[in-house]
Ligand binder design. Structure first.
Ligand code: IVH
Length: 765
């Protein structure tokens, strides 16, 4: 790999890893398996090891986890929460043991082996023997205070025995028991709700709930595996720690092995693999730790993981089955995705009948044919994938699928963007795309119209009632009530009640903040975090249309590309004649001055900041900037609004009188609640706490998690938290009941509800 290739690859890997990190830690919506993530990370580590000049301060190899989520108070960990290095083969595990031997200078090293619980890492602190608080790992240094949610876990003692440790900080893993997960999904299936992907994501979601009543319903559980602080106790080893956990009534792993040789480790991990499916939690590996703390100290830690422990990851479970057919799905952006229909087969405890095939090149590369016996794999992840074909089992009857030339939804020709593997239907009126776009617009993170799911969207498009996603705003109550979701022979009408709910949700959607609308438009490359960034820097949709900021971002990246193209520093120009290079130098200088001007504009208005000069960069003269929105997304936004489809969207929004504005950051600056800080507690009858927070934000106020003397108001709904109410009293902060709050934000009182208890009854009654 040349240096230039390595530079490009490292940059690509960094941005991919950042993206996946965010999807995993912040959005709890991973799209690749842990193993794939590790492979990317390792590739980057390798490049950085070979080319130390490419190592950047913000490289994902330099840190442990992701950023903490918004909405919770942050807790700084007394001892950082580290991660573990992973191994995927017995050879690598043996190599780890050899490193231990070298590090400690002896042959036998006493180790413990535990299941690696696939949940969410947590730290729990007891002070004076009483449960004080608990936090997620967050970025390893600071995590979210999820105390209230942890208290819902029945197995967690809130007080330790008198003769036990008094100051005690323990580390463990929160999980959703497999049985609870299965039951929950069964109920959701019966209710026609979307299924949860896997226990780990569900656990993360439950822990992130601002309303701990929802967490309680999720019946989470905990296993402990380490201590961060046990000042008043004698603990010299993992083994001592197990005894202490037992004594304190904290649950430890159900299976634990001891071994002091490489063979012993291998034996233990094989045995664990045999038995782990009978454990009540999902496991994705084994954790091997040196037993004696003195040995641990001697071995030390790297910047992200201890040298005295390692995770051994099991191969994801595979199964063999027959590929019956390949369907082609048309996505929201027209992307055509082949999906394998399989003879149902049991993998990792669930029946699988579909698997993703990613794209048509992959079908060709793996030579997958209809009728083949295929191997599918489920890496504890969302959708299983077809990994390979058993070619030796072919009968000759199998058929190839050539990539489609026409869209299965509308019959128009498909196209392929150079450099992309995806085939796309380019017909903006394709009904299949329209269904997906409508479903997306109605989704939770966009307009949140719960009753408008895929089936309703499909019926609306099929019946010709909706010809553009925004067409839903023109639907009448009658049209919706009479909508037939079944067939002609077996009609199933949507019904008046559901129709009313949709109409009222649509009405509320008009007032949603800008970022929800930007996201809902489904612009290519604009996810919910990009949408939020866009809304932070633009007050309305019309500001986005020809946004000078976005134009500058695109221009900056084009100029940088042109500059590099003629830089005499780059390899390709190094072999040119002196004369040519002098000419290039002049060109570069002129581009450079234009580039600097654009950068200054972006930094000057607070949108961008200069990034630190990269260590060892060959080109120290050129400053670099970082922007919250990259050139690809910026261009996609500008392109969308100048496309005919974007134009149609704008016309429709104008016609409907919908003009969403930015939330707190911009529109609210002069709002009536500017400078006021609110704490919300208890259940409100007329809106969720999240919605209440949004309203406050729209009017310039802000919401925090705990009461202090800086708090302006505490809004107390039904069953408010005792701590918050007490805090309000201590700091003489006025407490508003829901009615008073609604008055303050200028909302009409909701229609009569089943008489909510008044705040006075609740607190003082
Ligand atoms: S020991 C210094 N033991 O795996 C970190 N971790 O990939 C020591 N995990 O952050 C961790 N089961 O969240 C340890 N028996 C176990 C574990 C375990 C699950 C998690 C933990 C850790 C992650 C590292």
């Amino acid at each position: 790999m040349t240096h230039a290739e390595a530079t490009a690859r490292a940059e690509f890997l960094r941005s991919e890893l950042h993206r996946h990190n965010r999807l995993y830690y912040v959005e709890a919506m991973p799209v690749i398996s842990d193993k794939e993530f590790d492979m990317l990370l390792r590739e980057l580590q390798d490049i950085e090891a070979k080319h130390p000049d490419l190592l950047t301060e913000d490289s994902p190899t330099q840190r442990v986890g992701g950023a903490p989520i918004e909405g919770f108070t942050q807790i700084r960990h007394t001892v950082p929460m580290m991660s573990l290095d992973n191994t995927y083969s017995e050879e690598e595990l043996t190599a780890f043991f050899v490193r231990l031997q070298k590090g400690l200078g002896r042959e036998k090293i006493d180790c413990v082996i535990e299941p690696k619980v696939d949940g969410v890492a947590i730290t729990i602190r007891y002070e004076n023997g009483v449960f004080k608080h608990g936090a997620t790992r967050g970025d390893g240094q600071t995590g979210d205070d999820v105390t209230a949610n942890l208290k819902t876990i029945k197995s967690l003692p809130l007080r330790l025995p008198k003769n036990g440790p008094q100051t005690f900080e323990v580390r463990g893993e929160v999980f959703m028991p497999r049985a609870v997960f299965d039951k929950l999904n069964k109920e959701r299936e019966e209710a026609g709700e979307q299924l949860f992907a896997n226990p780990r994501n569900t656990t993360a979601g439950a822990l992130k709930q601002l309303d701990s009543k929802i967490t309680a319903r999720r019946q989470l559980d905990l296993v402990f595996y380490g201590i961060a602080d046990a000042t008043d106790m004698e603990v010299q080893s993992q083994e001592d720690m197990y005894a202490l956990l037992d004594h304190a009534g904290l649950r430890k792993a159900d299976l634990i092995w001891r071994a002091d040789s490489a063979e012993g480790l291998l034996k233990a991990i094989r045995e664990l693999d045999e038995r782990r499916r009978s454990l009540p939690y999902e496991t994705d590996g084994a954790v091997i730790k040196v037993n004696a703390f003195e040995d641990q100290r001697q071995l030390g830690v790297t910047s992200k993981a201890p040298r005295w422990a390692i995770a051994y990851k099991y191969q994801p479970e595979q199964a063999e089955t027959k590929l019956i057919a390949i369907d082609i799905q048309v996505g929201r952006t027209g992307a055509l995705t082949p999906v394998a229909r399989l003879e149902p087969v049991l993998v990792s405890g669930s029946t699988v009948s579909n698997a993703t095939l990613h794209n048509f090149e992959e079908i060709e590369r793996k030579d997958i044919r209809i009728g083949d016996i295929v191997i599918i794999e489920k890496a504890g992840e969302i959708i299983p994938a077809v990994v390979s074909v058993k070619k030796e089992l072919r009968s000759g009857e199998e058929t190839r699928l050539s990539p489609p030339t026409h869209c299965p939804g509308c019959g128009s020709r498909v196209s392929k963007t150079p450099g992309e593997v995806v085939l796309r239907c380019t017909n903006p009126e394709c009904p299949e795309q329209l269904v997906r776009r409508l479903e997306f617009l109605a989704g939770r993170s966009a307009l949140d119209i719960a009753e408008l799911g895929g089936i309703v969207a499909e019926a609306l498009v099929k019946k010709g009632l909706v010809k553009h996603p925004l067409g839903v705003f023109d639907l009448t109550l009658e049209q919706l009530s009479n909508l037939n979701l079944g067939s002609e022979a077996e009609p199933r009408v949507f019904g008046r009640k559901n129709a009313e709910k949709v109409i009222s949700a649509l009405d509320s959607a008009r007032k949603l903040p800008l970022h929800r609308w930007i996201f809902g438009l489904g612009i290519y490359e604009v996810g919910s975090s990009t949408a939020k960034e866009l809304a932070k820097h633009h007050a309305s949709i019309s500001e986005l249309i020809s946004s000078p900021l976005l134009r500058d971002v695109v221009l900056e990246s084009e100029l940088e590309e042109r500059r590099l193209d003629c830089s005499p520093q780059t390899n390709k120009n190094k072999s040119r004649s002196l004369e040519e290079r002098n000419l290039l130098k002049e060109q570069e200088a002129s581009i450079r001055s234009e580039l600097n001007a654009v950068q200054q504009r972006l930094v000057g208005c607070g949108f961008a900041r200069y990034s630190k000069a990269e260590a060892g960069s060959p080109d120290k003269k050129q400053r670099k900037i970082t922007t919250p929105i990259g050139p690809v997304a910026a261009k996609a936004v500008l392109d969308f609004f100048s496309s005919s489809e974007g134009g149609e969207t704008l016309r429709r929004m104008e016609g409907l009188g919908i003009n969403p504005l930015s939330g707190p950051q911009k529109a609210g600056l002069n709002g009536p609640l500017a400078g006021k800080t609110f704490v919300l507690t208890g259940t409100l009858e007329s809106m969720s706490r999240e919605q209440a927070g949004e309203r406050i934000g729209q009017q310039g106020g802000s919401v925090t998690g705990s009461v202090s003397k800086k708090t302006s108001f505490v809004v107390a709904g039904r069953d408010p938290g005792a701590n918050k109410i007490e805090g309000a009293r201590n700091h003489a902060v006025p407490i508003l009941d829901e009615k008073a709050f609604l008055e303050m934000i200028g909302e009409p009182e909701p229609a009569a509800q089943p008489a909510p208890k008044t705040i006075k009854e609740d607190l003082f009654g």
